[in-house]
Write a new protein. Structure first.
Length: 118
């Protein structure tokens, strides 16, 4: 069983990503700059993953027991509730990967409010 990261841990990851991007990377060139920015992106992604973890667990629980083959076969095509739950989970994963990938409308519709400004 995984344990949620405390908010202070998430804040530290955010600070590390900011330092890598704003302080270290500008002082570097070439491959070193690339690797610093790569590390900053990885740290920022880890922070978003930790921040979204409780919401993702809820989304996964809401989808537990579904048969992917039945979904592919069209067994749930008229299930608006399932469609909304799938979109919410997809939006969470997209936000973790790249928050800019979601439109403001998608954020408002599918993300919990505590993830809107991050």
């Amino acid at each position: 069983m995984t344990h949620p990261m405390p908010p202070r841990g998430i804040d530290l990851l955010d600070q590390a990503a900011t330092e890598l991007r704003q302080t270290l990377a500008p002082q570097l060139t070439g491959a070193a700059r690339y690797h610093a920015l790569l590390a900053a992106n990885a740290v920022a992604t880890a922070a978003r993953e930790a921040r979204a973890a409780p919401h993702l667990a809820t989304a996964d629980a809401a989808l537990a027991g579904l048969d992917p083959a039945a979904i592919r076969a069209g067994a749930h095509d008229q299930d608006a509730s399932l469609h909304a739950r799938l979109k919410t989970r997809a939006a969470l994963r997209a936000w973790i990967a790249d928050p800019r990938s979601l439109s403001p409308e998608d954020r408002a519709t599918h993300l919990p409010k505590d993830l809107h400004d991050t």
